[in-house]
Design a protein around this ligand. Structure first.
Ligand code: NAD
Length: 217
């Protein structure tokens, strides 16, 4: 298994996550075909075969892919066969919902530190973690051996905090603030932004495109 193929694009990475979702639902099945994966995800069978060929020799013509082997290979390639430690910055409404979400831990993502700028929150606990002040962030990132950071802070603070995190040694950021973060240090690490406003704008756009006279496909 070529577990760390640097040539895989972010788009291919997203498709691998989607294939893995399908395989989780197929656990009982011994094998799966590229056609059935393609149908479930909404891409061509040729695309599936190209994506999976980059993982090594996993499929047999006429037989398909072994579900267990394929799921393991995808997990290795995505880097989710291992545990990841993350700090969370900005312990407000969204953070509280994320902290209650069991899916992160089930997938090997562990939130190991909470940080906030609000003095009223510092020292209080959530999910057995004590909220720490921002002054401790850089030192604690190292103590906690955190590699990832989740940003659930207002937009105006996001870029500066991302810059601090990148210089503190954080290797990747999941950003929930609806702003694009580009600062000198963050250009060296991956940032994935979850912008729900953009998602709903895209939904409105697609619904409008279908119902309007000018349908562009
Ligand atoms: P919130 O106000 O409930 O929480 C924000 C937290 O960040 C607070 O605890 C605040 O003290 C802390 N904070 C503010 N400035 C800080 C700084 N400089 N350093 C450290 N901590 C700081 O807000 P929320 O609803 O949880 O939203 C957080 C972010 O996620 C926002 O950018 C928001 O736009 C985005 N978002 C929220 C939702 C949602 O459903 N709540 C959905 C999508 C996106």
């Amino acid at each position: 298994v070529k577990g760390d193929d640097p040539k895989l694009s972010p788009a291919a990475g997203r498709r691998l996550s989607q294939y893995l979702r399908v395989l989780r639902g197929d656990r009982g099945a011994g094998t799966v075909s590229s056609e059935s994966l393609a149908k479930s995800v909404g891409v061509s069978a040729a695309q599936v075969r190209r994506d999976l060929a980059s993982l090594g020799h996993l499929g047999q013509r006429g037989v398909g892919y072994d579900v267990t082997l394929l799921a393991d290979a995808i997990r290795h390639t995505l880097g989710i066969h291992r545990e990841w430690r993350a700090v969370l910055i900005g312990v407000g409404n969204l953070a509280r919902a994320l902290l209650r979400y069991r899916g992160f831990a089930e997938q090997g993502f562990h939130i190991v530190g909470l940080f906030d700028a609000d003095p009223a929150k510092i020292g209080t606990s959530l999910e057995r973690l004590s909220i720490e002040p921002m002054e401790n962030l850089v030192k604690r990132v190292q103590d906690l051996q955190a590699e990832l950071a989740i940003l659930t802070i207002p937009s105006d603070a996001a870029a500066a905090i991302a810059e601090t995190l990148a210089t503190a040694g954080i290797r990747g950021i999941l950003n929930f603030a609806p702003t694009l973060i580009r600062t000198p240090a963050t250009t060296t690490i991956p940032i994935v932004s979850v912008d729900l406003a953009i998602q709903i704008e895209q939904l409105a756009f697609q619904v409008q495109a279908r119902s309007g006279a000018r349908v562009v496909e």
